[in-house]
Ligand binder design. Structure first.
Ligand code: ATP
Ligand code: MG
Length: 214
């Protein structure tokens, strides 16, 4: 008997988009994380269980081997740094983009040209720092944990760096997307030790995910 494999997922978009991939591997999740308070969910395959964690915590659980595999956005993986993780498959789920947005009427091209400092509020400080450094723009980064859209409206920042899919939240708050930084989708991540030690149990699941996402 093996100890079961543990898959770390976050609730919402990533969980919902991963269900069809599991299905294609013949695996059904036996409880709904939206209605259940359980944090460990059994599946139809007794060799696989799911843990439900914050999106930004998924790489940490996998890095330390508390989960063998996980699904995490490229945004989260860049911010985490990817230490101890294999990232074998772009699952092409939870697709969106990382962009710069400003209040309507703010002259972004001029602000960036001027050579003065731009105040940027974001949850994604690594991505923002790298982006503006590569453009040679000086920025003061202000770390936020959510509702970035508010920052330019109340004078906390000139610009935000945030995930955008439809742009409806930006529009509702009179913000405009002025620059795309990168396309974002979610990847399967695998603990490096588990890949070697649990190869036999992992392989069929990796293969099914690979098939379902290509
Ligand atoms: P936490 O709740 O831990 O703070 P979060 O709010 O970023 O994290 P979600 O909103 O569930 O978590 O997003 C999880 C992942 O889904 C993100 O890391 C990103 O890769 C992707 N994602 C986020 N927003 C969108 C979006 N608007 N459209 C598509 N995918 C998105
Ligand atoms: Mg959230």
């Amino acid at each position: 008997m093996h100890t079961p494999l543990t898959l770390a997922l976050s609730k919402g978009r990533i969980f919902n988009d991963t269900l069809p991939l599991l299905k294609s591997a013949g695996i059904v999740v036996l409880e709904d994380p939206e209605s259940s308070r359980k944090l460990i969910l059994p599946t139809s395959n007794s060799a696989l269980r799911i843990i439900v964690v914050r999106a930004s915590d998924v790489p940490t659980y996998v890095q330390y081997g508390a989960a063998d595999i996980g699904v995490a956005g490229k945004d989260v993986l860049i911010e985490h740094g990817g230490v101890g993780l294999y990232q074998p498959i772009d699952l092409q789920i939870a697709a969106c983009r990382m962009s710069v947005a400003v209040a309507q009427g703010f002259d972004y091209p001029r602000a960036v040209r001027r050579g003065s400092r731009l105040r940027v509020a974001t949850k994604y400080v690594e991505i923002a720092r790298n982006h503006f450094a590569s453009k040679g723009v000086h920025v003061d980064l202000i770390k936020l944990y959510g509702s970035m859209e508010l920052a330019p409206l109340v004078g906390l920042a000139d610009a935000i760096v945030d995930l955008i899919s439809t742009g409806s939240t930006l529009r509702a708050n009179n913000l405009v997307e002025v620059e795309q930084i990168m396309a974002i989708s979610s990847r399967l991540i695998v603990n490096q030790a588990a890949l070697k030690l649990k190869r036999e149990v992992l392989q069929p699941i990796l293969a099914a995910f690979e098939r379902a996402s290509s």
